[in-house]
Design a protein around this ligand. Structure first.
Ligand code: ADP
Ligand code: MG
Length: 263
């Protein structure tokens, strides 16, 4: 297994600084295996600044693994992953510094049950960014307002609906001032009537110009909010393009078969 395939380019890429013309996320020939199971089989993929990219595809096609490789929750087996100007597969990269610039929202909200909404949104600001209490509180109130929870700052997770908890999780990520937001099926664990509020917040973020990479089964969201839709199957990108093409008029039989099951 070639664990360090990305290293030689890394220092050059890192010294360029910023996101550069290559985009906020730039993935080349990414492979990932778990034992003998090759889950990602050569992914080339990019997200430009301000772009909203939705990844769709059947369960087990490697969508979550792709996202997890973007912030090194999984170590790629081969290939290069460049995020916010840093070659994150470079062994010398300060991965914590890169991760600070990536907001991540999962299916499960993972809020601290013993902290209020305000506490959940301030804790990483205090501990990771070393912001003072007044500044962290100010930012937390601002982002909680943006996700429609200005009146819930003092509520504990158990006092909030699933949709409200997920919006706290989005606010928590936003409070760190991320350069890109990754979402992995953020509405899959929610009761159907709560999905709309979370998607509404994501739509607003998209309209404000946030760079977003969203794994989702919500085809309505992909159709309306995505600049580009990427269809994955069997660890490869089968087809990608604007939603008007990939969702409304797919070229590949595998895309058509998938869409006929989910639409
Ligand atoms: P998706 O998100 O598209 O449903 P995943 O990326 O979660 O797909 O999974 C793709 C494949 O990788 C599946 O076969 C899954 O069992 C396997 N896989 C994912 N994570 C691990 C892991 N940590 N260890 C072993 N196999 C894994
Ligand atoms: Mg998944």
């Amino acid at each position: 297994m070639n664990e360090t395939a990305g290293a030689p380019i890394a220092s050059g890429a890192a010294s360029e600084g910023g996101t550069g013309p290559g985009g906020v996320i730039e993935i080349r020939d990414l492979h990932k295996s778990f034992g003998s199971n090759e889950v990602l089989r050569g992914i080339d993929f990019h997200v430009e600044a301000g772009e909203v990219v939705c990844v769709i595809g059947p369960s087990g096609s490697g969508k979550s693994t792709l996202l997890r490789c973007v912030n090194l929750l999984e170590q790629p087996s081969a290939g290069t992953v460049r995020v916010a100007g840093a070659e994150i597969t470079d062994p010398d990269v300060d991965i914590d510094a890169v991760r600070r610039r990536i907001g991540m929202v999962f299916q499960s909200f993972n809020l601290f049950p013993h902290l209020t909404a305000l506490g959940n949104v301030t804790i990483a600001q205090r501990k990771v960014l070393r912001r003072g209490k007044a500044e962290a509180d100010r930012v937390a109130r601002e982002v909680l307002g943006r996700v429609g929870l200005a009146d819930k700052v003092g509520s504990y997770p158990a006092q909030l609906s699933g949709g409200q908890q997920q919006r706290v999780a989005i606010a928590r990520a936003l409070a760190m001032g991320p350069e890109v937001m990754l979402f992995d099926e953020p509405t899959s664990a929610l009761d159907p009537e709560l999905v709309g509020d979370v998607l509404g917040v994501m739509r607003e973020l998209a309209e404000e110009g946030m760079t977003m990479l969203v794994v989702t089964h919500e085809m309505g969201f992909a159709r309306e909010a995505a600049d580009r839709v990427v269809f994955m199957d069997g660890g490869v990108v089968v087809e990608e393009g604007p939603p008007s093409q990939v969702i409304a008029d797919p070229r590949h039989e595998r895309t058509r078969a998938f869409l006929s099951r989910v639409l």
